[in-house]
Design a protein around this ligand. Structure first.
Ligand code: GRG
Length: 294
């Protein structure tokens, strides 16, 4: 019997401890760089992406301590993307994770550089990981660069900027979100597969599951953008509308958007059958993400 609450609690603590150890406070002339990175990185966020990596290694029966550094590297990339996304030249958000955005608490320069640091350090963490084999490191670095790069998250962000203020259809919106949000969620799952030595068929199943889950997660994020209170969500209500962005809710309406997310959750879980192992932990985690209220 899998206790999902216990898994999330125990694993989130491991993630927090590892992030703290990887980026400690440092008594150096540029100590503010580390303070700024820690401001955004430590003790905030749902840790969804590293949780997905570690739920995948656990699904394959691998001791998750082997995957902790790599899982935290994904969280560093994710956090950098949030820091840069909040900048005045992007979404211009004053709050993130329930507190002032990094550029508000420090400066725009610090926010750009702390984001750059988290981005580059993530790759250093993987390259220097004592638990992983050389071929695993090469596979992880390649996957993370690809999925966070031009044909993944950054490409999605560019499409998103270019779609601002324009009338787009659901197909284009899906394309944006498969890149911007989905690629990092897929990478998180495949990280777990690569570390656990999954075969090609299993990696393909994780890819397909990740694509559906990523889109479902984004749809729910759009729903919450409209429904959640600022206090609970840590950012302004309906910020997408303020930013003149088309969302699943504006295109489909609240209830159809929610239904679409649940359909994706269902089809995503179907792909997990091809893992040929007990996937209940991943299924339960996916349920949590799509049925969440914050
Ligand atoms: C600026 C290079 C660059 C990329 C930005 C991912 C991204 C691309 C921007 C983040 C803004 C955003 C709302 C993206 C949609 C994906 C999403 C729902 C992000 C928030 O992820 P959560 O909910 O956040 O996992 P926490 O704080 O819980 O980690």
């Amino acid at each position: 019997m899998i206790d999902i609450n216990l898994f999330i609690k125990k694993t989130t603590q491991q993630i927090e401890d590892t992030l703290n150890a990887l980026i400690p406070e440092q008594d150096v002339p540029h100590r503010q760089l580390f303070e700024a990175a820690r401001y955004s990185l430590i003790g905030g966020g749902k840790r969804l992406r590293p949780l997905l990596t570690l739920a995948t290694t656990e699904t394959f029966g691998i001791d998750n301590r082997i995957a902790l550094n790599a899982a935290c590297a994904i969280e560093m990339i994710h956090t950098y993307s949030l820091i840069h996304d909040d900048l005045p030249c992007m979404d211009d958000d004053d709050f993130r994770r329930g507190k002032p955005s990094l550029h508000k608490a420090y400066s725009e320069g610090h926010a750009v550089l702390a984001g750059d640091y988290l981005l580059t350090f993530a790759f250093e963490v993987i390259a220097q990981d004592p638990h992983l084999e050389a071929d695993q490191k090469v596979a992880l670095v390649g996957l993370l660069a690809k999925n966070s790069g031009a044909h993944g998250m950054i490409g999605g962000q560019v499409m998103d900027i270019e779609a601002e203020g324009k009338q787009i259809d659901v197909r284009i919106l899906q394309q944006i979100h498969r890149h911007k949000t989905g690629a990092m969620i897929t990478a998180s799952l495949k990280f777990g597969g690569i570390i656990a030595g999954a075969n090609q068929g299993q990696l393909e199943a994780l890819q397909l599951f990740g694509e559906d889950l990523g889109l479902a997660f984004q749809i729910i994020d759009d729903v919450l953008d409209v429904t959640a209170s600022e206090k609970k969500h840590g950012k302004a209500i309906a910020s997408d509308e303020i930013n003149n962005k088309m969302t699943y809710v504006t295109l489909l309406g609240l209830e159809p958007a929610r239904r679409a997310a649940f359909e994706l959750l269902h089809s995503g879980k179907e792909h997990l059958r091809k893992l040929n192992c007990n996937s209940l932990l991943l299924e339960n985690l996916a349920d949590r993400l799509v049925k969440r209220e914050i």
